[in-house]
Design a protein around this ligand. Sequence first.
Ligand code: SAM
Length: 272
Amino acid sequence: MTASACEVVLSEPEFRLYQSLFSDRLGIHLPDQKLTLVGTRLWKRLRARGINSYTDYYHLINQPDQQEELCRALELITTNETYFFREPLHFEFLKDTILPELKHKDTVRVWSAACSSGEELFSIAMVLADQRIGKWELLGSDINQSMLEKARRAIYLDQRTEHMPLEYRRRFCRRGTGPHHGSLRIEPDLRSRIKLQNIELHQPLPDIGSFDLVFLRNVMIYFDNATRQNVVQQIVNHIHNGGYLFVGHSESLRGVCSGLVQVQPAIYQVQK
Ligand SMILES: C[S@@+](CC[C@H](N)C(=O)[O-])C[C@H]1O[C@@H](n2cnc3c(N)ncnc32)[C@H](O)[C@@H]1O
């Protein structure tokens, strides 16, 4: 949609209100140049709610009982873009370096923080299942409830699975029929082995235990510096000594958190 399709225009003072709200409530930094983008994206929600002013919509989502609507606004402003085996070197490092190191462990625990609709989560699950490492636990979390629902359903359009190795597609997916023709569904055993949870990374973390590996990829781009530091620090507190943290290839952790040693591009090892 273009700006001209909006019947009202987001003014600069109104944009400041949204900047503060997103920063205070979600740790999201909206740069000044995003004014037009924020206006055009949020217009969809104003229309859906029958609201005619950005100020009124701001007051709506600022109410404590409107968390769901706030998340809808967040959904429009951020991206949920993800795909299977995104940044493939991470999955090779997991298979070739990390899992052999962890073979002796009773239970290997992995967390895909900000897992969106589940493609990252199931990519990890396929590697874990393939390597027959014994017991493993995999947690996927996101702030966005509708993305978590998609992950729970685990149905993906064929063309969205093009980066998945063919052998994994054969072993871990079932072809959709009837209304699901043209889609794949992750097979039930793999689905039953993952746990999904709504976790807001900029808030204190719930009691989720410690992990051998955390994927924190392509989510920090939205955070302001202070939020990024807090998020990384509290996640590092949930990683065993010697465990690993993966971030997106465009996200550097230089100066963000102590106790992390970079071992590969966008791969850090925790040394406490
Ligand atoms: C671009 S997707 C990344 C998905 C996946 N990690 C990947 O790299 O393909 C970013 C995800 O971060 C989630 N997100 C944004 N802010 C968040 C927050 N404060 N806490 C938890 N998740 C958040 C969004 O809902 C979205 O699903």
